[in-house]
Write a protein that binds this ligand. Structure first.
Ligand code: ZN
Length: 130
């Protein structure tokens, strides 16, 4: 199953937890695992706090400090920073499912991390039933 996400800024963290929850419901799976996978080289997937929005700002700002947009990169497309951030964060996460719901901590959410937006992104979900 694919979920579609429109990002709004060059760097953006979009909470996709609700979309994944809806997809889990559609499958009817009550127990298992969902693999959440970004089909892109400049957008990653991470799980982190979705209660205080300052956390995602801090993540974005720190990544910008570690990996500046301009830094004598060789890749001619001009978006090497986005590629590097994607490899650092990673393109997928696994989330357990129980009672038809994602097992998430109170403050956790699943985010698509946009590093070269705004763009239309696709996130592929694979469900493993147990
Ligand atoms: Zn590129």
């Amino acid at each position: 199953m694919i979920i579609n996400i429109q990002t709004s800024h060059r760097t953006d963290m979009v909470d996709i937890t609700d979309k994944i929850e809806r997809a889990v419901k559609e499958t009817g799976i009550t127990t298992g695992i969902v693999h959440v996978y970004s089909m892109h080289t400049t957008a990653a997937i991470t799980i982190n706090e979705n209660a205080d929005h300052d956390v995602k700002t801090d993540i974005s700002n720190t990544l910008d400090k570690l990996i500046p947009w301009e830094d004598n990169y060789r890749h001619t497309e001009g978006n090497s920073a986005a590629h590097l951030k994607t490899s650092l964060i990673g393109t997928s996460e696994l989330v357990p499912i129980a009672n038809g719901k994602l097992i998430m901590g109170t403050w956790q959410g699943v985010f698509l991390c946009e590093f070269d937006g705004p763009r239309h992104r696709k996130v592929h979900l694979t469900f493993l039933k147990s």
